[in-house]
Design a protein around this ligand. Structure first.
Ligand SMILES: [Zn+2]
Length: 134
Protein backbone atom coordinates (compact mmCIF):
# COMPACT_ATOMS: atom_id res chain seq x y z
CA UNK A 1 0.00 0.00 0.00
CA UNK A 2 1.21 3.50 -0.70
CA UNK A 3 1.35 5.87 2.22
CA UNK A 4 -1.61 8.05 1.36
CA UNK A 5 -4.48 5.73 2.16
CA UNK A 6 -7.30 7.21 4.24
CA UNK A 7 -6.58 7.02 7.95
CA UNK A 8 -8.99 6.79 10.87
CA UNK A 9 -9.68 9.89 12.93
CA UNK A 10 -8.29 9.32 16.41
CA UNK A 11 -10.29 10.10 19.51
CA UNK A 12 -9.99 9.27 23.20
CA UNK A 13 -11.84 5.98 22.72
CA UNK A 14 -10.05 4.56 19.69
CA UNK A 15 -6.59 6.10 20.09
CA UNK A 16 -5.06 3.14 21.92
CA UNK A 17 -6.27 0.67 19.30
CA UNK A 18 -4.78 2.65 16.42
CA UNK A 19 -1.48 3.44 18.16
CA UNK A 20 -0.69 0.31 20.20
CA UNK A 21 1.42 -0.91 17.30
CA UNK A 22 4.03 1.64 18.38
CA UNK A 23 4.74 -0.82 21.21
CA UNK A 24 4.35 -3.77 18.84
CA UNK A 25 1.29 -4.92 20.77
CA UNK A 26 -2.23 -5.56 19.59
CA UNK A 27 -4.72 -4.34 22.17
CA UNK A 28 -8.49 -4.24 22.38
CA UNK A 29 -10.76 -2.59 24.92
CA UNK A 30 -12.02 -5.06 27.51
CA UNK A 31 -14.69 -4.64 30.13
CA UNK A 32 -13.28 -4.83 33.63
CA UNK A 33 -16.62 -5.97 35.03
CA UNK A 34 -17.82 -8.76 32.73
CA UNK A 35 -14.68 -9.48 30.71
CA UNK A 36 -16.19 -8.87 27.27
CA UNK A 37 -13.81 -7.59 24.61
CA UNK A 38 -15.16 -4.53 22.82
CA UNK A 39 -14.40 -3.89 19.17
CA UNK A 40 -14.78 -1.49 17.40
CA UNK A 41 -13.74 0.68 20.36
CA UNK A 42 -16.60 2.13 22.40
CA UNK A 43 -16.51 3.83 25.80
CA UNK A 44 -19.24 1.55 27.17
CA UNK A 45 -19.37 -2.26 27.34
CA UNK A 46 -21.92 -3.54 24.83
CA UNK A 47 -22.70 -6.50 27.09
CA UNK A 48 -23.21 -5.00 30.57
CA UNK A 49 -23.09 -1.23 29.81
CA UNK A 50 -20.19 -0.73 32.23
CA UNK A 51 -17.89 2.21 31.58
CA UNK A 52 -15.04 0.31 33.24
CA UNK A 53 -13.29 -0.50 29.98
CA UNK A 54 -9.54 -0.45 29.33
CA UNK A 55 -7.13 -1.72 26.69
CA UNK A 56 -5.76 -5.23 27.09
CA UNK A 57 -3.04 -6.84 25.01
CA UNK A 58 -3.64 -10.06 23.10
CA UNK A 59 -1.19 -12.45 21.48
CA UNK A 60 -1.54 -10.86 18.07
CA UNK A 61 -2.45 -14.07 16.27
CA UNK A 62 -5.71 -15.27 14.82
CA UNK A 63 -7.54 -17.25 12.18
CA UNK A 64 -9.02 -16.06 8.89
CA UNK A 65 -12.78 -16.32 9.33
CA UNK A 66 -13.60 -15.18 5.81
CA UNK A 67 -12.01 -13.06 3.11
CA UNK A 68 -12.41 -11.49 -0.30
CA UNK A 69 -9.94 -10.36 -2.93
CA UNK A 70 -10.38 -6.77 -4.03
CA UNK A 71 -9.40 -5.96 -7.62
CA UNK A 72 -11.07 -2.56 -7.78
CA UNK A 73 -8.87 0.50 -7.29
CA UNK A 74 -11.22 2.39 -4.95
CA UNK A 75 -8.59 4.94 -3.99
CA UNK A 76 -5.54 6.24 -5.90
CA UNK A 77 -3.26 5.00 -3.11
CA UNK A 78 -4.43 1.41 -3.41
CA UNK A 79 -2.25 -1.28 -4.89
CA UNK A 80 -4.53 -3.97 -6.28
CA UNK A 81 -5.30 -6.78 -5.93
CA UNK A 82 -5.35 -7.12 -2.14
CA UNK A 83 -7.07 -9.30 0.41
CA UNK A 84 -9.73 -7.96 2.77
CA UNK A 85 -10.22 -10.50 5.55
CA UNK A 86 -12.08 -10.93 8.77
CA UNK A 87 -9.70 -12.34 11.36
CA UNK A 88 -10.95 -14.00 14.54
CA UNK A 89 -8.49 -12.84 17.21
CA UNK A 90 -6.91 -15.45 19.50
CA UNK A 91 -7.65 -14.83 23.17
CA UNK A 92 -10.40 -12.28 22.49
CA UNK A 93 -13.65 -14.20 22.10
CA UNK A 94 -16.09 -12.41 19.81
CA UNK A 95 -13.53 -10.05 18.30
CA UNK A 96 -13.32 -10.30 14.54
CA UNK A 97 -11.12 -7.69 12.96
CA UNK A 98 -11.61 -6.53 9.38
CA UNK A 99 -8.12 -6.11 7.99
CA UNK A 100 -5.79 -6.88 5.09
CA UNK A 101 -3.66 -9.98 4.63
CA UNK A 102 -0.20 -8.95 3.42
CA UNK A 103 3.10 -10.60 2.62
CA UNK A 104 1.82 -13.29 0.27
CA UNK A 105 0.07 -13.69 -3.07
CA UNK A 106 -3.68 -13.16 -2.91
CA UNK A 107 -4.36 -16.71 -4.11
CA UNK A 108 -2.33 -18.12 -1.21
CA UNK A 109 -4.96 -16.97 1.30
CA UNK A 110 -7.66 -19.33 2.55
CA UNK A 111 -10.29 -19.54 5.25
CA UNK A 112 -8.83 -21.11 8.38
CA UNK A 113 -5.30 -19.85 7.75
CA UNK A 114 -3.37 -18.85 10.87
CA UNK A 115 -2.15 -15.27 10.80
CA UNK A 116 -0.10 -12.87 12.91
CA UNK A 117 -0.38 -9.11 13.20
CA UNK A 118 2.13 -6.82 11.54
CA UNK A 119 1.81 -3.08 11.95
CA UNK A 120 2.04 -0.54 9.15
CA UNK A 121 2.76 2.93 10.44
CA UNK A 122 1.21 5.87 8.64
CA UNK A 123 1.56 9.20 10.44
CA UNK A 124 0.27 8.62 14.01
CA UNK A 125 -1.58 5.46 13.11
CA UNK A 126 -0.33 1.88 13.23
CA UNK A 127 -2.60 -0.15 10.98
CA UNK A 128 -2.95 -3.73 12.24
CA UNK A 129 -2.49 -5.90 9.14
CA UNK A 130 -1.92 -9.64 9.18
CA UNK A 131 0.44 -12.08 7.49
CA UNK A 132 0.26 -15.81 7.28
CA UNK A 133 2.05 -18.01 9.81
CA UNK A 134 3.81 -20.83 7.98
ZN1 LIG B 1 -19.15 -5.61 30.52
Amino acid sequence: MANTRPLPRLDSTNRDFWTCGAENELRFLRCGDCGTFIHPPRPVCRHCLSENVAPEAVAGTGVIDTFTVNYQKWHPAMDVPFVVARVAIDGAPGVILTTNIVGCEVDAVDIGDRVRVTFEQQEDVYLPLFEKID
